[in-house]
Write a protein that binds this ligand. Structure first.
Ligand code: NAD
Ligand code: DAU
Length: 347
């Protein structure tokens, strides 16, 4: 398969590229990424370098999914057969500070990609979405199923719900061969340290205060990113066209419980916890039924949250240079210095 991976330099996209290289070494991957603040070439260290021997194995193209001419050229030049679409603005707090870029990338970018993929007769299109499109749950509500009506409440989730509607419309109108997944909160290696788990780990390791929004009793379902990647692989290869599949970790936890466990794993005191002003419109609880993907595709999450969190803390401890270059901002300048040399090798 020749697979286009949009957003392959971000957190989940780069984990997916590694997963694909390990599971399907004969496939060819084309990574299309704009390298926004969230994209980091270091996330593909070892992957791009290893493909130097076989330059067609993984190709990196720096570019914007909203650039129709570029997308058209990439699909044609690389004879792309399938697309897995990760590229997005992904952080809720940033969507509250500035929603415009979320609409541009997540809505217009997805529409552009869909239209170019339809014109190029791409045979499979997996849209990677989120449980946040379903809205918010009370403590005793049953989990979201694929039939739950969409009711997004933040600019981020509204932009993702819009993109889900576009994907469904392309399938309904033109029988475009698309699928949608909706996953809960991911954690694991290479996650940008603006999200709860990596932020708390790095602040704990540096003895900095840990900012917990509000009372810390908001609940999320957590899944290790490698479990998410295995689920995406199953849906990409065996899912039914036009369908939605929820993906989750069966691990609901209050934020405060996560933060306390991280402090324990880092050997630091709970005195570092600071309750700070709540996120505006903060969703209280997400929970997902994953019965459909378990029944239809035989996928189930493998990692418990406790072992996954311990492994994640160990990864951040062992990969301090990776996150220090992010905290210092050097990962951006390193990229500008090295991109052209790499581009010459890989595209
Ligand atoms: P991320 O922010 O870490 O990475 C996003 C990537 O997309 C970056 O590499 C960035 O450079 C790239 N990008 C952004 N705008 C682009 C554009 N216009 N053109 C091309 N590339 C662009 O995000 P993530 O956490 O890896 O999430 C990936 C996808 O999974 C997103 O669609 C997100 O909505 C979805 N998702 C994330 C989670 C989670 O917990 N992180 C859970 C469910 C679904
Ligand atoms: O549910 C899936 C979604 O999970 C994805 O679609 C999003 O891309 C991803 O960012 C994530 O959204 P959340 O808003 O749930 O993740 P975040 O890590 O930002 O926050 C998790 C919880 O922790 C949330 O209740 C807010 C809280 N929080 C977050 C930060 C960054 C804090 O209490 N303090 C913080 O500093």
């Amino acid at each position: 398969m020749i697979l286009l991976v949009t957003g392959g330099c971000g957190f989940i996209g780069s984990n997916f590229v590694r997963f694909q290289r390990a599971q399907h070494p004969d496939d060819r991957l084309v990574v299309l990424d704009a390298l926004t603040y969230a994209g980091n070439l270091h996330n593909l260290d070892g992957v791009l370098d290893a493909s130097a021997a076989d330059p067609a194995a993984v190709t990196l193209v720096r570019g914007d999914i909203a650039d129709a001419a570029l997308v058209e050229q990439v699909l044609r030049d690389h004879q792309v057969e399938a697309i897995i679409h990760f590229a997005a603005e992904s952080h809720v707090d940033r969507s509250i500070l500035g929603p415009g870029e979320f609409v541009r990338t997540n809505v217009l970018g997805t529409a552009t990609l869909l239209e170019q993929a339809r014109a190029a007769k791409v045979a499979r299109f997996l849209h990677v979405s989120t449980d946040e499109v379903y809205g918010d749950l009370g403590p005793a509500d049953p989990p979201f199923t694929e039939q739950t009506p969409l009711a997004p409440r933040s600019p981020y989730s509204a932009s993702k719900a819009s993109s889900d509607h576009l994907v469904a419309a392309w399938h309904h109108t033109w029988h475009f061969p698309s699928l949608i997944t909706r996953c809960s909160n991911n954690y694991g290696p290479y996650q940008f340290p603006e999200k709860l788990i990596p932020l708390m780990i790095l602040r704990a390791l540096d003895d900095q205060p840990l900012p917990v929004y509000g009372d810390g009793m908001n609940v999320r379902d957590w899944i290790h990113v490698e479990d998410h990647c295995a689920a995406l692989d199953a849906v990409l290869r065996r899912g039914r066209e036009g369908e939605v599949y929820n993906i989750g970790g069966n691990s609901e936890r209050a934020n405060l419980a996560i933060v306390r466990r991280i402090l324990e794993l880092c050997g630091k005191s709970e005195a570092l916890i600071r309750h700070v002003t709540d996120r505006p419109g903060h969703d209280r609880r997400y929970a997902l039924s994953i019965e459909k993907i378990e029944r239809e595709l035989g996928w189930t999450p493998r990692r418990t949250l406790d072992e996954g969190l311990a492994a994640t803390v160990a990864w951040y401890r062992a990969n301090e240079p990776w996150w220090r270059t992010i905290l210092s901002g050097d990962y951006r300048t390193w990229y500008e210095r090295n991109y052209h040399a790499r581009k010459a090798v890989h595209s």
